[in-house]
Design a protein around this ligand. Structure first.
Ligand code: CA
Length: 228
């Protein structure tokens, strides 16, 4: 499995990474909540191991945002012993299960395996999308048009994912900023416009008359108006 480990204590983080790598998993690790949200949105993981007490953005909020961005992604939380409120808040925020610190090596591996088995049956979000003659392989950050491969940045994939998931409605710039950039506020909406302009140059048949990422006047952007 490909696992994202989110833990700010270096010793514990290194220990978990070694343990999971040793058990045959591919592991990426980050030390704060904001990085976790960015990485979790931009890349494909089979499971997230998420500490609750984190700098920059708390585990509960990380959980909530990852759950929104990646509905099918299993999240296993690490909570402190006796912190019942944390467990409840974590489960409410969408965590699938929790492990209490300090935990044993075998317990952690068993919880991960059990969670992976439980979610294996659930349908996954599509990683390959076709629209207006362009084929997107979001997991690989590649688009293909007329047999030509186009590299997409993680941010661009984040924008495409969000628009596609909410293709039944328009999406505001502020929403994209929050969900894809992990930034609150409306001051940097130009950033969104610039990213979308660049993305259109890459993927649209005619960037001046876009058919994949369309502009919705008074709202923002939407995935192809041809879609239902
Ligand atoms: Ca911590």
């Amino acid at each position: 499995m490909r696992i994202l480990v989110v833990e700010d204590e270096p010793m514990l983080r290194d220990g978990i990474v070694d343990l999971l790598t040793g058990a045959g998993h591919e592991v990426e690790a980050v030390a704060d909540g904001m990085s976790a949200v960015e990485k979790g949105r931009a890349e494909s993981f089979d499971l997230v191991l998420l500490d609750l007490m984190l700098p920059r953005l708390g585990g509960i909020e990380v959980c909530r945002r990852l759950r929104t961005a990646r509905p099918g992604l299993p999240i296993l939380m690490l909570t402190a012993r006796g912190a019942e409120d944390d467990k409840v808040a974590g489960l409410r925020a969408g965590a699938d299960d929790y492990v209490t610190k300090p935990f044993g090596v075998r317990e952690l591996l068993a919880r991960i395996d059990a969670l992976a088995r439980r979610v294996a049956a659930a349908p996954a979000e599509p990683e390959v999308i076709e629209e207006d003659g362009c084929r997107f392989d979001l997991g690989r950050c590649v688009a293909t048009r007329n047999g030509e491969s186009i590299h997409l940045t993680a941010r661009e994939v984040g924008v495409l994912r969000w628009l596609y998931r909410h293709r039944n409605r328009g999406v505001t710039r502020a929403e994209l900023l929050e969900q894809v950039w992990g930034t609150l506020g409306t001051l940097q909406t130009r950033t969104v416009d610039m990213t979308i302009a660049k993305l259109r140059q890459k993927i649209e048949r005619d960037p001046s008359n876009p058919r994949i990422i369309v502009t919705v006047t008074g709202v923002g952007y939407a995935w192809s108006e041809a879609s239902d």
